[in-house]
Design a protein around this ligand. Sequence first.
Ligand SMILES: C=C(O[C@@H]1C=C(C(=O)O)C=C[C@H]1O)C(=O)O
Length: 271
Amino acid sequence: MRPYLLGVPPYANTAPLYHYLRPSRTLAFRYGVPTQLNAWVREGAVGLSLVSSHFFLQHQDLLVALPDFSVAVLGRVYSVNLFHKRPLSELRRVALTTESATSVALLKWLLEEEGVRPLYERQAGGLELLKEFDGVLLIGDRAITAYAGLLDALPPYPEALPTRFGEVWVSDLSMLWFQKTRLPFVFALWAARKDLLPPKGVVERMRKARRRGLAHLGRVARREADRLRVHPALMEHYLWNFRYHLEAPDLLGLEAFAQAVGLPYRPRFSE
Ligand SMILES: C=C(O[C@@H]1C=C(C(=O)O)C=C[C@H]1O)C(=O)O
């Protein structure tokens, strides 16, 4: 029998969930950035996977989500950032990461709410894009390393982490969402096609791995900090700040996002 394929993002943000999950005879990992994982889930090239929340909302008839897994946050997330050289109200051209579905939809909604309608272009890259564009949207490892690269020293507490570095502003999208809605923001969920639900035991193993990962968060954070060459204390704060359990406030945030972007809200969850 071929192993069941799990779609896994290559980002630090989910390291606490996967650090202690091992592939086995029955379970294999396939790594991809969120846009890639979304496509694979739809095609059936992977079974259960992290998917962008926006993609999930677009394909609610096809997909079933786990009832207790999320990449969500209340307030700042630190890794979904618009880096920009002009005030938000004056943006004319914005480069969009090719890795994201949700953050792109969120950025467009946030700017549209303010009456700002820049030209958007999908561009793979990092902060060097600021030479050509007024703003660059980055997510995941690229966003956190770009942010850490601007930082000279860690402030005494996280709330004091700067949002401006000379001519570069950093707008954290889930903070902007929070200021508008007072709700958490759900960036991603775990979902599978109805016909490719995971075999019994897989989700149990994921829950166990998550417990261990969160119990040993310092260890996981040190490894990710080494890998990305960011300060371990920054990585630790970044990781413990996530809401990984899709709780009631997160669902309210997800529903509000569906409403904001004009998508229906009738999610289906597995047992
Ligand atoms: C919080 C993040 O959310 C990510 C953003 C996604 C998107 O915009 O489609 C998808 C998965 C998440 O892992 C991040 O990238 O750090």
